[in-house]
Design a protein around this ligand. Structure first.
Ligand code: ATP
Length: 443
């Protein structure tokens, strides 16, 4: 019953509107009319995003003994993207309507895979979503990497790319890490950071952006042991999504990606999908990348990527399992699950570990100095202990509750005249709206 309500109420436009109204997420370059596929995080959004990213780091790196962090440069030697196959194959199928000259991602206009051909497309009798005609040009391959030039000269020799995934910065540092901290297999390297893709049609709020953030793990294994490691990592991904992020289990689905739809480097991929308001779509993926990347680096750089297992004496290029998370898609799942309407009350029922603020403290009346003074004391006491505490003395108490409900603050603490007598405060619960009287010392 509860889950159904969330699903019905959490419509995309409601979430977009709340995000803008309350300072979570704004359209990028808003004052200049926007910049398609880019988004800016406001004061509340940046807190939520950082908590999501910090929880991920804590789960995968801090709490484990087999994972290490790295932070590589965004602009990498362009040889990286030739060796990885991105220059040749990181393409989306682009189709242009000859009547109105609008361009679309062909596989998103019908029930096609990414390898859709012009013949298949024409046969499906698709109408142009813009002008309604059916006059299509040939499907072309459109490379999604953003190109730039590095240095003062702008010619073919200075071409570089903004990274379309964080993974390559991990692979290119594999040898550095092995030679400096000597980790035993299996081990993982984790990285968080920006990735850039020149998506043909960015859409659905932050779901498909041109600039976004990834959190990726490359888990290096003995090739003989890839299957059990794949299963273990898949189980950990579910634990992270369901327990740490608090996403409803019944909205998370595993899709075994068929061979023809897998990325060029993958021998097995499971997309973990989520029931977004826009439908069931990929939240993250977990792929068995074999030794594709380290093998390419080994050949192209001339530096050996062979790992010598000190325990077994075997030497081999490790194989890789890659859980790859998109921060924006995770945020959208978290917001969708948390969004709730109860009459005219809008509530973000965020898990306590993710809510931007854990407490809001306010004096019942702003114009009573004795109440403000006492409330300030309570505020500082809580802030010292919990950090994520906000102060609100604007408007009346009803308006403050409304605002705190919308930004997901679990508890509002109100100081009133009784507080001055008996050192108790009212604590109001975001989800139930129940109010209890508690001694300040017990907060
Ligand atoms: P899709 O098929 O939806 O384009 P993908 O399979 O190309 O995604 P991957 O290359 O596997 O995506 O990237 C790993 C993760 O990065 C995705 O699961 C998703 O969470 C995130 N991601 C990829 N592209 C975007 C994007 N344009 N905007 C936001 N997040 C993205």
């Amino acid at each position: 019953m509860y889950a159904t309500i969330i699903y019905i109420m959490g419509k995309l436009e409601d979430i977009v509107s709340l995000c803008k109204r309350r300072g979570f997420i704004f359209p990028g370059s808003d004052v200049y009319g926007g910049m398609a596929g880019t988004w800016d995080y406001g004061p509340l959004g940046v807190m939520l995003k950082r908590k999501v990213m910090q929880s991920w780091w804590n789960f995968w790196v801090d709490q484990r003994d087999d994972m290490y962090g790295i932070d590589a440069a965004i602009i990498m030697n362009p040889k990286t993207w030739r060796a990885s196959g991105h220059v040749d194959t990181f393409n989306d199928p682009l189709v242009e309507c000859k009547a109105c000259h609008n361009r679309f991602r062909a596989d998103h206009l019908g029930d096609f895979g990414e390898g859709v051909t012009t013949e298949e497309f024409i046969k499906a009798d698709i109408k142009c979503p813009n002008c309604g005609k059916k006059d299509w040009d040939e499907i072309k391959k459109f490379n999604m990497m953003f190109e730039t030039h590095v240095g003062a000269v702008s010619d073919d020799t200075s071409i570089a790319y903004l990274r379309p995934e964080t993974a390559q910065g991990i692979f290119t540092n594999f040898k550095n890490v092995v030679d400096t901290i000597y980790p035993d297999l299996p081990f993982g390297l984790c990285q968080q950071g920006k990735a850039f893709r020149n998506e043909i049609s960015p859409r659905d709020f932050v779901f498909r952006s041109r600039e976004f953030e990834q959190m990726e793990i490359e888990y290096f294994v003995n090739p003989k042991e890839w299957e059990q490691n794949f299963d273990k990592l898949l189980a950990s991904c579910h634990a992270f999504l369901e327990e740490t992020m608090g996403l409803p289990v019944d909205k998370i689905h595993d899709l075994e990606v068929p061979a023809e739809d897998r990325a060029h480097y993958s021998k097995r991929t499971i997309d973990i999908e989520f029931d977004y308001p826009i439908g069931c779509e990929e939240l993250m993926g977990i792929a068995y990348r074999t030794d594709f990347d380290l093998g390419n680096i080994d050949r192209e750089s001339g530096k050996s990527m062979v790992y010598r297992d000190k325990n077994t004496g075997e030497s081999f290029i490790p194989h890789v399992i890659e859980p790859s998370f998109g921060v924006e898609r995770l945020l959208m799942a978290v917001l969708t699950s948390a969004y709730w309407e109860d009459g005219d009350r809008v509530v973000l029922r965020l898990p306590e570990n993710l809510a931007p603020y854990r407490f809001c403290v306010s004096p019942l009346l702003k114009n009573k100095p004795e109440l403000v003074k006492k409330a300030q004391e309570v505020y500082h006491q809580l802030k010292d202990k919990y950090t994520f505490v906000t102060w609100d003395d604007s408007g009346n108490i009803g308006k403050r509750y409304k605002k705190q409900d919308e930004i997901g603050t679990p508890k509002c603490v109100v100081v009133d005249f009784d507080t001055l007598e008996d050192d108790t405060v009212t604590v109001r619960d975001r989800d139930t709206t129940e109010q209890v009287r508690i001694k300040i010392a017990e907060l």
